[in-house]
Design a protein around this ligand. Structure first.
Ligand SMILES: [Zn+2]
Length: 281
């Protein structure tokens, strides 16, 4: 049987040496190259060595200023269900501790606000809550902390943020809601359920993101649909089913007659008479 180099004998995906080198250089990781996955597999000495090298002496989690910031909690970090998931916090205390260990120093106020704070990408004009219709006056956004303590990032290295914007509706658009119940209802707009591995059924919530990321997501989805439509059109053209009413005077016979070309296929009348026809009768 051929051996899959990405699998060890218990079938756990392993990180490759290249991935380890890339992580060591950038400090960036994602789910697929998560060191903890390799550690659980426990079959690669190089991974263990890298992990040991990365281990730093334990540091306090907060500077005194950051501790005061936490006590004041200006952005609701200690608010349960802030993003709508009941009983859930935006970030767990253990993850914040891990963040300080990852940086090798106590977290400063700036670190805390990078992790959880005002969403600088939210619009400055007033935004209405899709759920309750009242104006939302401020928006928060929260980074996610990986098992190692780094902030979760996209493939370009930008921190990915949860927030109060949700892409949903028909037509698809960017919506927003107050934290807590309003956001829960917005994220649950589809009313879909999903099964957890333990057999429990829970609401399958839509992602709630920072405004910048929601906008990006919307553009991405729209781009995807546009691409699909273009693909379909190109295929139709190649097959000779040219059904598009393109501007530029092309008729259904494919001959360009400029702006004088009839806009309807030959032998067919327009469905609606022109207004001046109606008036002259
Ligand atoms: Zn609301």
């Amino acid at each position: 049987m051929a051996k899959n180099p990405n699998r060890n004998r218990v079938g756990v995906p392993q990180v490759t040496d290249e991935q380890i080198a890339a992580m060591a250089n950038t400090g960036v990781s994602d789910v697929s190259t998560d060191l903890s996955v390799a550690e659980r597999a426990g079959a690669d000495d190089k991974v263990a060595a890298v992990a040991a090298e990365g281990a730093k002496p334990r540091v306090p989690t907060y500077t005194p200023e950051a501790r005061a910031w936490m006590d004041k909690d200006p952005y609701g970090l200690k608010t349960e269900g802030i993003y709508g998931q009941r009983g859930r916090f935006a970030v767990l205390p253990e993850a914040i501790q891990q963040r300080a260990q990852f940086l090798g120093r106590p977290l400063m106020v700036a670190d805390m606000e990078e992790l959880h704070g005002a969403d600088p990408t939210a619009p400055t004009e007033s935004v209405k809550c899709t759920t309750c219709g009242k104006v939302v006056t401020s928006f928060v956004r929260t980074a996610m902390i990986t098992d190692e303590g780094d902030l979760r990032r996209d493939q370009d290295g930008n921190v990915t943020y949860r927030g109060q914007a949700v892409i949903t509706g028909k037509p698809l658009a960017r919506h927003a809601a107050h934290t807590g119940d309003c956001l829960y209802k917005l994220r649950n707009a589809r009313g879909k359920k999903k099964d957890l591995p333990n057999g429990r059924q829970v609401a399958d919530l839509l992602p709630s993101q920072s405004f910048a990321q929601a906008n990006e997501r919307l553009a991405g989805i729209e781009g995807h649909f546009a691409e699909k439509a273009n693909e379909k059109q190109a295929m139709q053209n190649r097959l000779g089913f040219n059904t598009a009413r393109t501007s530029g005077g092309r008729t259904d016979d494919g001959i360009d007659r400029g702006s004088f070309a009839p806009k309807t296929p030959r032998g067919q009348s327009r469905r609606q008479p022109r207004n001046w026809n109606e008036n002259s009768n």
